[in-house]
Design a protein around this ligand. Structure first.
Ligand code: PLP
Length: 398
């Protein structure tokens, strides 16, 4: 990747006021100027704020690349609210979903469908194996009732980057519709609605666009939005109603997160200045590569083999040394200015380090130094995991 922005040549600043870096996949570390963009109170009915909403929708559609066939519907709440709105609005009550799960977010999608009373079946790949196109094709061929496939783009619980291209191809070949939770990937990982067959994607403000939490957005085929009238189980999560009212009045139906929208518009500007999705991917990829190489130098190993490592978040096995204690490690890393994430796996003890947000390779080198010092402080000789944990990983090599 050769795209380097002007801003990119200088180290990004450390968060103001001695705050730690959030190496967590949202909320994440935002630019000081993004935070400063919130220092105005906007009236939700006012023309200025309506123009901001219109600009936000236009910019997101441009990033998604689907052209006129799609529209963008922002919605209040965290990402999960928007996933639920997408599922409850776009899957007909008599439809059936195939959920491709390989971690907590896929499992949450299935749980949501249970609440919504939508028929569904789950391809559960466990903690870290990718759902493959051929498997999807097989399940769809065997079950004519399935109308929609729901996939997670980057499964943030392990950091695996799922093969969306082959999943989309298999879904389209079987004449079914694809919904993608691209929460932690959109804006950094390529996802062009002009190139893959997809009914809708969902993401939120506080992931790769690097805004603050408060809302998410669904980018869906206009045809699908039109067909969703009267389908939602919920007034506040009714995507069709939100879309219609927004198109008619320029307003959000209920109190919008005005400050979060202002911050997001500024974050979109920074995203464009960095070279859009490609520029952001280049920085995040560099963050990951520098951090993973450094951590491996300390003996740590990644849960995933390189082919499935995302540039979003990386899961490391807990070191085998009995002197290692995660809560102590967490505190020591925090003292050095870095907030990391506990693991979210059922099979193995692990922890996670995010690569997204206003962080660059310079900070990532300091993350590795901090980890080295934390190990030394605990009297842990190296980050090498148990042999059994590494044996697990071999499943993935195929
Ligand atoms: C962050 C995230 C969500 C939404 O989580 P919220 O806590 O509701 O914002 C959904 N799916 C994935 C893959 C995510 O990374």
């Amino acid at each position: 990747m050769s795209i380097v922005s002007a801003r990119h040549n200088q180290p990004l600043p450390t968060p103001a006021g001695g705050e730690p870096f959030l190496l967590t996949p949202g909320p994440l570390t935002t630019a000081l100027s993004t935070k400063q963009a919130m220092l105005v109170d906007w009236g939700s009915w006012d023309g200025d704020f309506r123009a901001m909403t219109a600009e936000l929708r236009r910019a997101l559609l441009a990033i998604a690349g689907g052209g006129d066939a799609y529209d963008c519907v922002p919605l209040q709440g965290s990402g999960t609210y928007c996933v639920e709105a997408m599922l409850g609005s776009l899957i007909p009550r008599d439809g059936k979903a195939l959920v491709l799960a390989n971690g907590a977010y896929g499992v949450r999608i299935a749980k949501t469908l249970g609440y919504l009373g939508r028929a569904h079946t789950v391809l559960d790949k466990g903690d870290y194996l990718p759902p493959r196109g051929a498997e999807v094709a097989g399940i769809l061929a065997a079950d004519a009732a399935i109308t929609h496939v729901v996939a997670v783009h980057c499964e943030t619980s392990s950091g695996i980057l799922n093969p969306i291209g082959e999943i989309a191809a298999a879904t389209a070949a079987a004449g079914r519709k694809l919904l993608i939770d691209s929460m932690s990937a959109f804006g950094a990982v390529e996802l062009n609605l002009g190139k893959i067959a997809c009914e809708a994607i969902v993401s939120s403000a506080n992931k790769c666009i690097e805004g603050v939490p408060g809302f998410g957005f669904v980018i869906a085929r206009k045809e699908a939005l039109t067909a969703s009238a009267g389908r939602s189980h919920s007034l506040s999560l009714d995507l069709h109603d939100q879309w219609q009212v927004m198109n008619k009045t320029g307003q959000w139906r209920f109190t919008p997160p005005t400050h979060a929208v202002a911050a997001f518009l500024h974050a979109l500007k920074l995203h464009a200045e960095e070279g859009g999705q490609e520029g952001r991917l280049a920085r995040y990829t560099r963050n990951r590569d520098v951090m993973v190489e450094g951590m491996r130098g300390l003996g740590f190993e990644t849960l995933l083999v390189d082919a499935w490592l995302s540039p979003i978040i990386v899961t490391f096995f807990t070191p085998a040394d009995p002197a290692f204690e995660f809560t102590r490690f967490y505190e020591l890393m925090k003292q050095h200015g870095f907030i990391i994430y506990p693991g979210k796996l059922t099979v193995a003890d692990s922890f996670r380090v995010g690569c997204i947000g206003q962080v660059d390779e310079h900070a990532m080198r300091r993350v590795v130094e901090a980890a080295a010092q934390a190990l030394a402080a605990m009297g842990v000789a190296s980050g090498v995991p148990a042999a059994a944990a590494l044996a697990e990983r071999r499943h993935l090599a195929a």
